[in-house]
Design a protein around this ligand. Sequence first.
Ligand code: GRF
Length: 235
Amino acid sequence: MENPAINVKPAQQNTHYALRTTPPKLAVLISGSGSNLQAIIDAVQTGLLQARIAVVVSNRKAAFGLERAEQAGIPTRYHPLKPYRDAGKERADYDADLAALLAEFTPDWVVLAGWMHIFSDAFLQHYPQRIVNLHPALPGQFPGAHAIDDALAAFQQGEVDHTGVMVHLVPDERVDEGPVLATRVVPIRPGDTHDTLAARIHAVEHDLLVTTLAQLVANQQSQDKQLQKNTELHR
Ligand code: GRF
């Protein structure tokens, strides 16, 4: 069945979206290893994902994902929160500066691939329906940074026999909630440890994130083409 959330409306007032001739641009935000970023890089390189990664941003300097991006020749930016905290600044200041940093790259989509900060409206307002988050649990289950361990603990208590992965839009400040674009169930097996379950979840994440993004950008491009046709007709 078609997922209505995936038919995201183009920002019609914005000519940047309407008059595009190049592939949609992604900004990928990371905080760690960047294995999901790598899946996106690979999918762009093989043509499975018809998009361009315009920039990779990390809030952690040591994030291995930054190296992955550099290896692939993608511009990177490091945007840490600590200096803002130390200066007594608000989260909104950090977010506004992040939005300004991204603006230079005019991304169509902001992809949170393991980004560990929550956004305030100072960031969200710049990308309505254009922020995509990946979370290693199913909708409504195990939000937050410890989703894999929480699922494993629930399994050990006999409360669940599976967990999953979801990709969703980020419309507001809620954590790991928002219009769901795609989900996939991941079984939990007796004897699973954090590492075995995490490995199974990550493999699913890499596939689900890439296929969902591919669908989003394909829909966007056909909507853009239609919009362009309509504009030409009315000239
Ligand atoms: C993923 O499990 C993602 O769902 C979560 O953080 C992890 C990032 O992994 N939000 P990686 O950095 O992409 O390897």
